[in-house]
Design a protein around this ligand. Sequence first.
Ligand SMILES: NC(=O)c1ccc[n+]([C@@H]2O[C@H](COP(=O)([O-])OP(=O)(O)OC[C@H]3O[C@@H](n4cnc5c(N)ncnc54)[C@H](O)[C@@H]3O)[C@@H](O)[C@H]2O)c1
Length: 238
Amino acid sequence: MQGLTDKVVAVTGAGGGIGSAICGRLRDEGARVYALDLVDAGGGEFVRTDVTDETSVRAAAETVVERAGRVDCLVAGAGIVEDDVPAEQMPAEQFDRVLAVNLRGVFLACQAFGRHMLDRGQGRIVNISSMSGNHVVNTPQKQCAYNASKAGVSALTRSLAAEWAGRGVRVNAISPGYVDTPLLSLKRHQFDQWLGNTPAGRFARPEEVAAAIAFLLSDEAGFFCGSELLVDGGYTLI
Ligand SMILES: NC(=O)c1ccc[n+]([C@@H]2O[C@H](COP(=O)([O-])OP(=O)(O)OC[C@H]3O[C@@H](n4cnc5c(N)ncnc54)[C@H](O)[C@@H]3O)[C@@H](O)[C@H]2O)c1
């Protein structure tokens, strides 16, 4: 990919299945990767960050800018899934927890890092949404909080893209289908059904999601603005 060498990239959720692949891919492209997560998984220079906490996210942005001198790119990928609960029974606290990480966390990261990018008049952001933000999967999942959070990420991405494109900051999203990572460890009993519903006949490899993100961060995606790349093996086609 063009234009990633020496870029300073912050990745939230860097220690996860997809996050680790993103860090690896971006390092291979020559980027300087800052790994933001609750725990250090060795994906890059670690900056302990809780994306639900505004102070923590702002401090992380300051740390990256202090250490690297600037920030060029952000991947906002931290996310959680909780147990299936029917919507009519879901405790408001569970709804809030999922929204706090998956939507508030993306907003806070985009805001904190975006401010530095806007000051310099350049920057690139990719948010990780999900196919389930636009498509209620045709299995009996009970994930209204997760689905709503991801629809929020997609809408937030479009809003930021429209506000910031004219000031040099490109904002896009990717929407993965199923990827076998620790996020889905609670859902293994549903794997066969999901595989049967995926035209490609398999789950995505984290590296395939990372490749889409590297593309959106690269010079080659210069005219992408508020787009959402679907990486779902055809799941939402049927
Ligand atoms: N795995 C899938 O099938 C799939 C599908 C669509 C979208 N996604 C999205 O991709 C992203 C990455 O998912 P994954 O499969 O790699 O999950 P994962 O569970 O492997 O990794 C998630 C990472 O986020 C971190 N995290 C959680 N809460 C945090 C917080 N408050 N502050 C900072 N970091 C926090 C975790 O420590 C973990 O390292 C998520 O946003 C997820 O919703 C995943």
